[in-house]
Design a protein around this ligand. Structure first.
Ligand code: VGL
Ligand code: ZN
Length: 197
């Protein structure tokens, strides 16, 4: 059984949004077109409280700086995907009616969650592994935003959990902060993730 995992297709990650990823909305159409080929579709939503610790303004630090958290280093982002705001909804053109499960992550103020499987402390599970396993899923294709953060962390955790994992690179876009895209691609390949066009 294979599942399509659509990562964080939200207006805040698209041009005009709070943490805009270049070309973010170009991938809505390819993602919509892929959906019918999968038995299961899961969509994730980055879903932060207003006082989230990954927000630069909450920490009084410049955006894109790094901060040491109890769980390790954390990039501080411009405030984005605040619960209940328009920027945090699923993209209006995404066929979100096709999603069996919509999984929210990053809702604990003290910890970020790039991965759809584990929060950034790398031990707190989101529950997605249990859901997929329970439905008999063995193979995953990931797409969405952003290639080098939430897609990459999710793909590597999925590979570690034993799924066969492919990333549909033409249906992803990257933030590419200080070479993070190349690093993420190398790390994904090293984890056994297949990057396909
Ligand atoms: C993401 C940075 C902060 C992502 C989420 O979806 O890749 N990146 N929050
Ligand atoms: Zn976030």
């Amino acid at each position: 059984m294979d599942a399509l995992i659509v990562i964080d297709m939200q207006p805040d990650f698209c041009p005009g949004g709070a943490l805009a990823v270049a070309g973010g909305d170009d991938i809505v159409a390819p993602i919509n077109a892929m959906m019918d080929r999968f038995g299961i579709v899961v969509a994730t939503q980055d879903w932060h409280p207003a006082d989230h610790s990954s927000f630069a303004d909450v920490q009084g630090q410049p955006p894109y700086s790094q901060m040491e958290m109890p769980y390790g280093p954390q990039v501080l982002w411009p405030r984005h995907c605040v619960q209940g705001t328009l920027g945090a909804t699923l993209h209006p053109k995404l066929r979100s009616d096709r999603a069996d499960l919509i999984l929210r992550k990053g809702f604990r103020p003290e910890i970020d969650s790039y991965s759809a499987f584990f929060e950034n402390d790398r031990v707190t599970p989101t529950g997605l592994d249990g859901y997929l396993r329970n439905r008999g899923v063995t193979d995953l294709v990931l797409c969405g935003l952003a290639t080098d953060f939430c897609v990459a962390y999710s793909a590597m955790d999925a590979a570690k959990a034993g799924y066969r994992v492919r990333v549909a690179m033409n249906a992803c876009r990257a933030i590419d902060l200080n070479g993070s895209l190349a690093l993420a691609c190398d790390a994904m390949r090293a984890s056994g993730v297949i990057l396909e066009e």
